[in-house]
Design a protein around this ligand. Sequence first.
Ligand code: PAF
Length: 279
Amino acid sequence: MIVAKTLEEFIQARQALPHQESIGFVPTMGALHQGHISLVEHSVAKCSHTIVSIFVNPTQFNNPQDLATYPRTLEADCALLEKSGVDIAFAPRVIDIYPTPDNRVFDLGGLDSYGEGPRRPGHFNGVAQVVTRLFDIVKPQHAFFGEKDFQQVAIIKYFTRNLNYPIEIVQCPILREDDGLAKSSRNTLLTPAQREAAPHIYKCLKKAVEYAATMSPAEVIAAVTGEIDANPELETEYIELVDADTLRPIAAWSDAENVQLWCAVYARPVRLIDNIKIR
Ligand code: PAF
């Protein structure tokens, strides 16, 4: 595996890959865990070569504290990637990705109007900035993203299509710890008491699937919020039931064919997100 730490090193390594073969790409912000490795495994199974980027993208953080404390573990990350059959690990500097400030404002089709969008202003535009720059540099045929960031995958699919990138966006299922907590780099920031409490989130999301059989959407949200917040370590920021295709919140079950529940929950100061298919 080649570790490219500058744009120049990456371009050299990328050019050395056979031109006719399919390139799979897994963009990450590092602090890799089994969830990322499962994306890598999907890529290795489907593509001739796999490239992983490790870049903590400053333009998608609207909270400077979150950016400053985001875990950075490059050596351990590269060791994991090497074992997983990756061809190139691309860990660029900020100047390689943003030689000048990126002022582009993306059309996200309104998919950023709900969920994380209003709570993290500029976040999805920052994701679009970095992902398009990485697509331009890496030139993959397939790119792999995890469903834990349900809204992010929908937005990436939207702008990839809208901007005519010839790239297939492959959506991969959420990977969970044995106790149900969705795998996330942020889990390492939890105190032992918070870590013990955090699986309660997924337990409550599973109850939402049951509640949906007899309750209205508003009743499901109220019940699940109450149950999560009953745990003293957790505090719900939001829970929404949305149309899984348009991402619009629903008021009645008849508003959408496919319904997803998504939420953000604080184990302060750590913010955890999760989601589940209701139907
Ligand atoms: O999901 C992430 O880790 C990031 O948002 C991504 C897609 C790597 C862009 O920085």
